[in-house]
Design a protein. Structure first.
Lengths: 600, 277, 369
């Protein structure tokens, strides 16, 4: 196995042949991982769910998660192979040579641990030679490094007394305090809003550069990775399929999977038709012989199906594991979608006036006024806490503590829970964010669907089933899904079932509450494609999201919500290209983007 | 499959199998016993505290009655009473708990508070007090035992339902306009069934303990009926001479409880895993 | 403004824990006694509960199909004499009046006189109380550290052979109803196998119970066997849950040694359910005390209650029942308070909400003595 030479200096970390299997005599989760990083270099590790990226991230520290086992490989840092160390030495290495920043800061901090004492603990364990006051100084310096206050009051706080962004900075402090050679970051900004995320990314970059610490940034979000990293490694089904400099990989991706991923990522700067990758990733143990991507690849040949391709230089500076790498520029293949003309004075399907909402004593919506044009997609944008879900739920008929006026096609309708009749409930449908909780797990898919049909339409069992099957087909799911239970389907499939359920009601308005936030990028592209088709068929959409790139991809009209107040609304292209409100401008500036600005 | 998981699963299934065997065996004794007893449970077959011998495999009790026959006949009342009490507690408590969690607001507060009041009385004492006051009719005892278990079931059902009600498929049903009854029956109940059933098994074990305890104290089934709890108390004095009259019913009760326990826990764990997404 | 401010379902509404800070909001309370209003409300609620309990106790005993006057005078007394006594005892007044009268006396410490012996009920109870306290104190003092260490030990070695064996043992012991355990212990240690301790507790009333340990051994052992399985399994489960937490994995990845992880990181987080468990244990002990004291003829309030029930001695009955119920309420209150103090997240908000799901599960596991 060759170590990839990408710099003359000795690498800060060199991984060779790393392989992690399921426990027992299980199948490999990740295999043949070779990677080297120079000091101060940031490498992005990109993969969707099921790619094994978190397993890999943990394995770099010699940690095998529950149910897994590190089977082979070496991780060389500072002339030591972490995987070969005994338990005590490995413990010493963790934190000192290689550190880990976990994903969810709220869960990763001990609720009983004051911030200062946790930092002290790490220091005293790894640097016992320091005295109390010296430790104190180091702690304070580190805390300042991550842009947190270093006073006693702050250091004596508990994690729950900090905001999400502050908690994440504490985790960064814990990782950087010992000046390790390498830091592994596992999607640390997933739980944060866009602006905080931008700040954290900047912080990570400056810490790495300043202290010449190599970093591996694990993520599913290509846009973030592009903002932050020098090189990108793409992980598919447990193997590295492409490793290249970021400037190369985003404009000239070589592996078909990378290209597929990029074609599915929405771009905030311009609208494009998103393309999803057919099929889905096989889980460990069920991966096909040969190249794991072959079943989904348009370029696959017999060779691909029998022999596993290895990483080799496909272009100067780019490694790819593919027998048929692609040589064309990515941009050439993106289909531009013309921007829709926004006509003033369009009829209104749903109009809301003077909407207020409160949870107990806290008011969350302040005098919201809007109008949804028919047969178009309106995006409702805001960060968490903006009140967008409250508004969406109220529009869907589940608003408690909400007052105001609503008109559907000119007729006033109730905004509270009890105020709607059955027909109205049928005409306005709602799809939830979390596909794993949107379907009754105790009923088959068919039952979930036919129940709804028969609730609204006086049809018999057979007719109901026929309609359900029709809806399933419309969302591009195979018919056998009808007899399965929700727990047997993936997140993307469940989300489509939820959409099918909504379609069965023959609605006029479909409210989608962040329905793609929990989905992988390629699956998201498929769902957005589906929504586009539905829109062309005449359905009106209200799409709630925090992701401006998705807004550009699917919406015609945008409403921006900040802490319960509408700050801007208008045509998508107008608002995103020429934002008037400072909040909108800040959102745009902080949102990571995938492609360079291209003249339209 | 991961081998440590496999080992664990086999172990648990063995637990359930053991539980089923034990419980089934004791159940068979309790149900079939009365018809298989060689002697009439109340007939005198030997001297008081007689040793095991011909015709009296476990000897005779303090009056001279056949221990073995009384053992066979003594399980029936414990069995049907514990089962009834547990089922009643489950049915009533589950409904109240689900309503409390679904409705929230003042109804919920009132129900919670009532359970707190009921909970303040230790189980046995509550039942004992009322039985002593109102007499020992078997159905009364059953209802009282159910009452003692009720607050626990209500709290459990409420807790489970609160978790379910947060799930988006319940919100979806509400948005679509399904009636409360429909939602309770089709969305909430099926998803709450498993932990409630496990609790049924647990209540069964408590009920057996409590009922035999009541008999032991003299407030359960009246003599001269054959009842395991009663037998233990009646024959206590002669423990040194004739331990079988006490040991045998103790063992039966213990096996009964153990069996029910193992089944309840085993099923709970197996089901928990198959429910995970 | 909103017409009816009932909180809509939000991710942490209902009985969940107070909103975590993951959404960009910092919680910092300057006052250290922020939980004081909550405590006040809880105390009031507790008092109300006690009041209702007292009413239940009083009204319940009224339902006894026995006439206190007749019990005092005996079965041969004439109807006229009984009627006269009833009048004198004020038994013909409307019930609410009787109740409040009784309540007034109770608050002054006067629980009436035993129908059996004429001795003030409080005196009878306080005599016995010391003995029962001795038992409970010993049981708790022995039980708490033992189960704690055992539970932690088993959790750390979960699914090992030792753990499974111990679990099987605990389940086995739990299968025996309390009186069966008592009887079994008597068989083994008093009569046939190893006759080393007396089966009947003939305590000398003049001496403190603790000074006569030979009479305490079996009752304490029995009670220990009754409560140990529950608490051990609870602690074990709590520790397992704590050890599975994300922050423990994160600590391991920082190189914190395992021993420190168990004792400094996991154990403190497992304490909250344990506190509730100990409260449940006290409740179980109160119930178990009755049977245990009867079996061993131990002169405590359990056996006093039993006699009072048999003799229809209403004042004593009321006193002891009230005492027990009030103790449970007080212990629960203390446990809730301790839980809030131990959990920083609850300690720093003005509206701590103890997870009722967890509490409910605890009560269930503890029930049935």
């Amino acid at each position: 196995m060759t170590v990839t030479p990408l710099s003359i200096r000795p690498p800060a970390i060199a991984v060779r042949g790393l392989r992690v299997d399921l426990s027992g005599r299980g199948a490999p989760i990740v295999a043949d991982i070779d990677l080297a990083l120079a000091a101060g270099e940031i490498v992005g590790l990109v993969g969707e769910s099921g790619s094994g990226k978190t397993t890999l991230a943990n394995a770099l520290l010699g940690h095998a998660r529950k149910g897994t086992r590190i089977v082979a490989g070496e991780v060389w840092i500072d002339q030591q192979n972490i995987l070969a160390l005994d338990e005590k030495a490995q413990r010493a290495a963790r934190g000192k040579l290689i550190a880990y920043v976990p994903q969810d800061p709220a869960m990763a901090l001990n609720p009983l641990g004051r911030i200062g004492s946790v930092l002290h603990e790490t220091l005293s364990l790894h640097r016992p030679e320091l005295g109390r006051s010296e430790r104190d100084e180091v702690v304070r310096a580190t805390v300042r490094d991550v842009d947190l206050p270093d006073d006693r009051e702050f250091l004596s706080r508990y994690p729950h007394q900090l905001s999400g962004g502050q908690q994440q900075r504490v985790l960064l402090a814990l990782a950087f305090i010992l000046r390790p050679r390498v830091v592994v970051l596992d999607e640390p900004t997933t739980a944060l809003d866009v602006t905080t995320q931008a700040q954290i990314l900047k912080l990570i970059r400056s810490l790495c550069r300043e202290h010449q610490i190599a970093a591996i940034y694990v993520s599913h979000d290509l846009a973030i990775v592009r903002e932050l990293v020098d090189r990108t490694a793409v992980l598919y089904a447990g193997r590295l399929v492409e490793v290249a400099r970021s400037s190369a990989i985003f404009s000239r991706p070589v592996h078909p999977y990378t290209r597929g991923l990029l074609a599915a990522v929405p771009d905030i700067r311009r609208r494009q038709r998103l393309a999803s990758i057919p099929g889905h990733t096989a889980p460990p143990g069920r991966r096909p012989d040969g190249c794991a991507f072959a079943p989904r690849c348009a370029r696959a040949t017999d060779l691909c199906r029998t022999d596993v391709p290895v990483l080799a230089e496909a272009e100067p500076g780019t490694l790819a594991a593919c027998y048929h790498p692609v040589r064309e520029l990515m941009l050439d293949l993106l289909a531009h979608v013309p921007t829709p003309l926004h006509q003033a004075g369009l009829p209104t399907l749903l109009k809301g006036s003077g909407i207020d909402a409160a949870y107990g004593a806290t008011q969350v919506l302040f005098d919201v006024n809007f109008a949804l044009p028919p047969r178009q997609c309106t995006a409702l944008v805001g960060q968490s806490g903006s009140g967008k879900t409250t508004l969406a739920r109220a529009l869907g008929g589940l608003g408690e503590g909400v007052t105001g006026e609503l008109e559907l096609n000119g007729t006033p309708i109730g905004i509270g829970t009890a105020g709607r009749d059955r027909d109205l409930r049928r005409r306005v449908q709602y799809v939830f964010q979390n596909p794993y909780r949107a379907l009754n797990p105790r009923q088959s898919i068919g039952r979930n669907l036919t129940e709804v049909v028969r609730h609204f339409f006086p049809v018999g069992k057979d007719e109901a089933r026929a309609r359900a099957e029709g809806a399933i087909a419309r969302v591009s799911l195979p018919a056998e899904v009808m007899d399965r239970r929700p727990t047997q389907l993936s997140g993307g499939e469940r989300q489509r079932v939820a959409i099918a359920r909504a379609l069965l009601c023959e609605p006029e308005l479909l409210i989608c509450d962040e329905i793609t936030s929990a989905l992988d990028v390629s699956v998201q592209a498929a769902v957005l494609e589906l929504l586009q088709t539905l829109k062309e068929d005449g359905l009106t959409l209200l799409f709630v999201t925090h992701d401006l790139a998705v807004v550009r991809a699917i919406a015609d009209h945008i409403v921006v919500l900040n802490h319960g107040r509408i700050v801007e609304q208008g045509a998508v292209d107008d608002v995103l290209d020429r934002p008037a409100d400072p909040y909108t401008r800040r959102l745009l500036a902080d949102s990571p983007r995938v492609a360079d600005l291209v003249p339209a | 499959m991961k081998s440590c998981d496999k080992k664990r699963r086999w172990h648990r299934e063995r637990q359930v199998r053991t539980g089923v065997v034990l419980f089934g065996a004791v159940l068979a004794v309790a149900l079939l016993g009365p018809s298989l007893a060689p002697h009439d449970p109340n007939a005198l077959v030997g001297v008081p505290y007689g040793m095991p011998g011909e015709g009296a495999w476990l000897g005779s009790d303090y009056l001279g009655r056949d221990v073995w026959s009384r053992l066979l006949a003594g399980g029936l009342s414990i069995f049907w009473m514990s089962l009834s009490a547990s089922l009643i507690a489950l049915a009533v408590g589950a409904v109240i708990g689900m309503i409390a969690a679904y409705r929230k607001g003042p109804t919920d507060q009132a129900i919670i508070w009532s359970t707190d009041v009921l909970f303040a009385f230790p189980d046995l004492i509550l039942v004992l007090l009322i039985v002593s006051m109102l007499g020992r009719a078997p159905w009364l005892i059953v209802l009282l035992v159910a009452l003692a278990f009720l607050p626990g079931v209500i709290r459990l059902a409420r807790g489970i339902t609160l978790g379910i009600v947060e799930q988006e498929y319940v919100d979806s049903a509400r948005m679509l306009g399904f009636s409360t009854g429909h939602i309770m029956l089709r969305e909430i109940l099926p998803n709450a069934a498993t932990p409630l059933l496990v609790h049924l098994g647990v209540m069964l074990t408590w009920a057996i303990g409590m009922l035999s305890g009541l008999s032991f104290l003299g407030y359960g089934v009246a003599p001269p009926a054959a009842d395991w709890g009663l037998m233990i108390n009646e024959n206590r004095a002669g423990l040194i001479i004739q331990p079988w009259a006490v040991l045998a019913p103790v063992v039966m009760i213990a096996l009964f409880t153990l069996g029910a326990n193992l089944i309840a826990e085993g099923i709970g764990r197996i089901n928990a895993r198959t429910e995970d997404a | 403004m909103a017409s009816s401010p009932i909180p809509a379902p939000s991710p942490q509404a209902g009985d969940g824990v107070p909103q975590p800070a993951g959404s960009g909001r910092a919680h910092h309370s300057p006052s250290r006694l922020v939980w004081l209003p909550w405590l006040g409300k809880r105390l009031l609620s507790g008092l109300a509960t006690i009041l209702v309990i007292s009413a239940v106790v009083y009204l319940g005993t009224l339902a006894l199909p026995s006439d206190p006057a007749r019990v005092i005078l005996g079965p041969e007394a004439t109807d006229a004499a009984v009627a006269l006594l009833r009048e004198q005892l004020g038994l013909n007044r409307p019930i609410p009046v009787q109740y409040f009268d009784w309540l007034g006396h109770v608050l002054r410490g006067d629980f009436g006189k035993s129908l059996d012996s004429g001795v003030p009920a409080m005196e009878i109870v306080s005599d016995r109380l010391g003995n029962s306290f001795a038992l409970m104190f010993l049981v708790l003092a022995l039980n708490t550290p033992a189960t704690f260490l055992l539970g932690v030990f088993m959790a750390v070695r979960r699914d090992s052979r030792l753990d499974r064996t111990l679990m099987a043992l605990l389940i086995g012991v739990k299968a025996f109803p309390p009186f069966a355990i008592a009887v079994a212990l008597i068989i083994v240690f008093s009569t046939s196998v190893l006759p080393i301790v007396p089966a009947v507790s003939l305590l000398d009333p003049a001496l403190s119970a603790l000074a006569q340990p030979q009479y305490l051994v079996l009752p304490v052992a029995t009670l220990l066997l009754i409560v140990m399985p529950f608490l051990t399994r609870l602690i074990r489960a709590g520790m397992i849950e704590a050890l599975d937490a994300e922050y423990i994995a994160a600590a391991r990845l920082r190189g914190v040694p395992e021993r420190r992880i168990v004792w400094r990181h996991a154990v403190p987080n497992a304490l909250a359910p344990v506190i509730q468990g100990i409260a449940m244990t006290v409740r179980m002990l109160l119930g178990g005390a009755l049977i245990v004291e009867v079996v061993y003829s131990y002169p405590g309030i359990g056996s006093a209650l039993n006699s009072a029930i048999e003799n229809r001695d209403i004042p004593v009955l009321q006193t002891i029942t009230l005492l027990m119920a009030v103790s449970v309420v007080v212990i629960n209150l203390l446990a809730d308070f301790a839980t809030v103090l131990l959990t920083p997240r609850l300690r720093t908000t003005a509206k701590p909400q103890l997870s009722s799901g967890a509490k409910a599960r605890l009560r269930l596991k503890a029930g049935g003595v």
